[in-house]
Design a protein around this ligand. Structure first.
Ligand SMILES: [Ca+2]
Ligand SMILES: [Ca+2]
Ligand SMILES: [Ca+2]
Length: 206
């Protein structure tokens, strides 16, 4: 009987613990309603495009590049205290890929590393798309640099654009999650007591 109660308690605890497992939390979010805190090169501004609004319905960041020109933004973000770093963004390249050599990249690196790790290289236009990745463990519990960069290889006057919205980094707490809720800790304590009683009883029987 006791064994059954103990097993049931452990199963219930496992089920409760599973439902309480922590979802990723937001480490950093930029809705790009303003350009703030980013290093920039070339033309970068916020804009509301009524014919192709951002998924959020509010302004997006726009990188604009005249022929043979770069437009880019970058910044450093602390990931201290977090593992399993998720990188996500909405992006829409416009009037882009009209020449070979047009290139848009999204990249990250551990702050201080010389080389960027390219997440995506793009050379064609598209509607708004949601893109997301989980960064390698070297991005955990540290500091990362992120960069969005556009190069327009066209000749003449054709401008290229890439619009960005809702750039986000997410992660899981390195301490393994939030505090286990009280009913579960009580149950676990109860299971421990029951197990202890079971062992004592068993010992007497031997
Ligand atoms: Ca926005
Ligand atoms: Ca172009
Ligand atoms: Ca163009």
């Amino acid at each position: 009987m006791l064994r059954k109660v103990m097993c049931a308690s452990i199963i219930l605890f496992a089920a409760l613990y599973a439902t309480q497992a922590e979802a990723s939390v937001t480490i950093f979010l930029d809705e790009f309603n303003a350009i703030s805190g980013w290093g920039t090169e070339g033309e970068v501004f916020t804009n509301n495009n009524e014919s192709s609004p951002a998924p959020s319905g509010d302004p997006a960041a726009t990188l604009k590049a005249n022929p043979k020109i770069v437009a880019s933004i970058w910044r450093s973000i602390s990931t201290v205290g977090y593992n399993n770093i998720g990188f996500s963004v909405y992006r829409r390249p416009e009037s882009f890929g009209d020449s070979s050599g047009d290139i848009f990249t999204m990249a990250w690196r551990k702050t201080g590393d010389p080389a960027w790790n390219i997440l995506e290289t793009l050379n064609y236009g598209s509607s708004w798309e949601f893109k997301n990745w989980v960064l390698p463990s070297s991005a955990n519990n540290s500091s990362v640099d992120v960069k969005f960069s556009l190069y327009n290889n066209s000749c003449g006057t054709s401008k290229d654009y890439v619009h960005l919205d809702d750039f986000k980094l997410t992660g899981d707490h390195t301490n393994g999650g939030d505090v286990i809720p009280e009913p579960v800790t009580t149950l676990l304590f109860g299971s421990g007591l029951a197990f202890g009683a079971f062992l004592r009883r068993k010992k007497r029987l031997v």
